[in-house]
Design a protein around this ligand. Structure first.
Ligand code: ADP
Ligand code: MG
Length: 635
């Protein structure tokens, strides 16, 4: 038996380890299972090289919890360690790793992502005493036992362990007894180790005996009875060592991707729309599968997020900085050993490798969307409503994605036709280019409430898009500034002849004097704080009064409401409208020529209310008064 001192400069490193990362004590299990996995993979590798003799069998890792003895055991059948190796790897390497880690991060309280690097000594976050029983794979090795109670002193002695491999025994401290709970451990295993490459056993489970088919027999009345299924007890292997993302896309079918999605998110019942398999090894190493989920209104962005792994070990589901913002609504897995994890978020975002990863992901997603559109346009169009938020957000936030989106970003019309940008411009440019050479794109945000305006546009043979995403005003702004000679206007932004101004001048039936009189009469009946009266000579068949909301004002308000980009303070600005009065409509002449003030007032009110009604602006008391007045008029 030998005792020794771990070579420390900071004698109090253990209390620091314990205190440090207080919220993340649970990672000890991930660290120890990672070591067990490494040791097993090493053995497998040595065996293929012929350096490990004999049949190594199918090594697995086992976790055991003994609540009464307050022990957790992590057992592997990997390479094991000789006494010299324990000295070297545990007393020196592991310790210096832990010390360096603590030195580096003891002052950093926030922003550290994973907590790799602490390694073996993270055992002391939950254990007051740790034992290692280990026997090297090397022939004629002597098994050894190492023990340490968290002080720099340790014990190292021979022992009579028979099996190759390592068993770590954690004597759990009073303040960590929560980790002796079976369900707690099961939860941790499924969080961190669900896809690790070596099978991990935790207890046993009962399953139907696959070799036994229950017999069905009939009694004399013809009633069928089936004998009970035979149950057998098997090891409970908690992980899938070969998850889909570690395979080649050519090995996988659509159903495999779908079943992996369920494996990843067992409580998610909605099927994903499609997936993107990521696979690069130069200039960085990254594999993964991303899924486009169906985005419903009640989606919870905190649930079922993209998971980040390193060599099949779960690290975090916070992929901020690694995956571009607009893709964080996606689901799936990213596995890359090249993402530095012991760094702050801001460092991460500035890191060159991480930037490359982020733009690689953006490019892959854009390419996938382009190929889906190209290969099956109809299916893509059907998915558009579910994916447009992500795509539109991407167009706004990532220039590279914006460029690529030309090939697949869709502009749906109110008749459910879908155009990409070039097709749209081609389709409308003859009919919808105004006298100044600007191509005007008309859009509606709501088919029902803007119905009369849509109809007026259709009567002119114009196309009307249906753009109803919450960020549409930002997107329009972006399109207008990046394309030449186009502008967007919502159909209710003005009277249709003003939205797309053509050269033909309409002549007003009313003389200048009549127009002045009309304006005076109207102004005394229409609240001028909210409505600006605008006389227009239009088709006699067009409505007498039309309420419009100027595009600029409305868009700024919308942009402010949806965050950023808009003008400060616009959100609180009162709604302002134009009241377009068609001087060529007969009813308007009648208003002007009515001699009794009372009758004139009633005509104006009624016409004005009808205009309000078609903009969904007539409510409460005004609506009641309108209905009453209407009854009187039809009497
Ligand atoms: P790292 O895993 O990053 O090397 P650790 O502190 O986790 O750092 O482990 C230090 C070293 O201890 C390992 O590199 C390995 O050589 C040795 N070791 C730890 N656990 C085991 C194990 N279960 N079997 C064999 N060797 C191990
Ligand atoms: Mg380790």
């Amino acid at each position: 038996m030998a005792t020794g001192n771990i070579n420390v400069t900071a004698e109090n490193i253990f209390p620091i380890i314990k205190k440090f990362l207080y919220s993340d004590h649970e990672i000890f299990l991930r660290e120890l299972i990672s070591n067990a996995t490494d040791a097993t993979l090493k053995l497998k590798h040595l065996s293929t090289l012929g350096e490990a003799k004999g049949d190594i069998g199918n090594p697995m890792i086992e976790i055991k919890v003994d609540k009464d003895k307050k022990e957790i055991r992590i057992i592997d059948q990997g390479v094991g360690m000789t006494a010299d190796e324990v000295e070297k790897y545990i007393n020196q390497v592991a310790f210096s790793g832990a010390e360096e880690f603590v030195e580096k991060y003891k002052d950093a309280d926030t922003g550290i992502i994973g907590h790799f690097g602490l390694g073996f000594y993270s055992a002391f976050m939950v254990a007051e005493r740790v034992e290692i029983f280990t026997k090297s794979f090397k022939e004629d090795s002597q098994a050894v036992r190492w023990e340490c109670d968290g002080s720099p002193q340790y014990t190292l002695e021979d022992t009579d362990r028979l099996e190759r491999g390592t068993e770590i025994v954690l004597h759990v401290g009073e303040d960590s007894v929560e980790f002796l709970d079976e369900f707690k451990i099961k939860g941790l295993l499924s969080k961190y180790n669900k896809f690790m490459p070596i099978p991990i056993k935790f207890g046993t489970k009962e399953i139907n005996d696959p070799k036994h088919t229950p017999k069905t027999s009939k009694d004399k009345d013809g009633k069928e009875t089936t004998e009970p299924q035979k149950m057998i007890t098997v090891d409970d292997i908690i992980n899938n060592p070969n998850p889909a993302w570690t395979k080649q896309p050519s090995e996988l079918e659509d159903k495999d991707y779908k079943s992996f999605y369920r494996e990843l998110y067992p409580t998610q019942f909605e099927e994903p729309l499609f997936n993107i398999h990521l696979n690069v090894d130069y200039p960085f190493n990254l594999t993964g599968i991303l899924y486009f989920p169906k985005i419903s209104k009640n989606i919870d962005p905190q649930k079922d997020k993209i998971q980040l792994y390193q060599n099949q070990v779960f690290v975090t589901d916070n992929v901020e900085g690694i995956v571009p913002d607009f893709l964080q609504m996606l689901r799936g897995v990213i596995d890359s050993p090249d993402i530095p994890l012991n760094v702050s978020r801001s460092y991460l975002q500035a890191d060159g490798a991480v930037k490359k990863i982020s733009s690689y992901i953006t490019r892959k997603v854009a390419d996938k969307l382009a190929s889906l559109f190209k290969n099956d346009r109809k299916a893509f169009e059907e998915k558009w409503q579910d994916i447009k938020i992500i795509i539109e957000y991407g167009m706004l936030s990532e220039d590279k994605f914006f460029e690529k989106s030309e090939k697949f970003a869709l502009y749906p019309t109110i008749n459910d036709e879908y155009f990409i940008w070039d097709e749209l411009i081609e389709k409308i440019k003859d009919n919808q280019t105004d006298k100044d050479g600007k191509t005007v794109i008309l859009y509606a945000s709501d088919k029902n409430s803007q119905h009369s305006y849509i109809q007026a546009a259709k009567d002119k043979g114009y196309e009307v898009l249906l753009l109803d995403s919450p960020i549409v005003s930002h997107l329009i702004q972006k399109m207008e500034s990046s394309k030449e000679n186009v502008s967007f206007v919502r159909v209710d932004g003005d009277h249709i002849d003003n939205l797309i101004k053509k050269d033909d001048v309409k002549i007003s039936k009313l003389s200048d004097e009549e127009q002045t009189n009309l304006k005076t009469v109207l102004e005394s009946n229409i609240p001028k704080e909210t409505y600006t009266i605008q006389l227009e000579a239009m088709d006699s068949t067009a409505n007498p009064f039309i309420i419009t909301q100027p595009e600029f004002m409305r868009r700024m308000k919308e942009m402010q409401a949806s965050g950023g980009g808009g003008m400060m303070g616009m959100g609180n600005f009162p709604d302002m409208y134009n009241l377009v009065v068609n001087t060529n409509n007969e009813l308007v002449s009648e208003i002007l020529n009515t001699k009794t003030v009372k009758k004139q007032e009633r005509l104006i009110k009624q016409t004005f209310d009808l205009a309000k009604l078609s903009q969904n602006l007539l409510h409460g008391e005004e609506l009641t008064a309108f209905i009453k007045r209407s009854y009187e008029l039809i009497k």
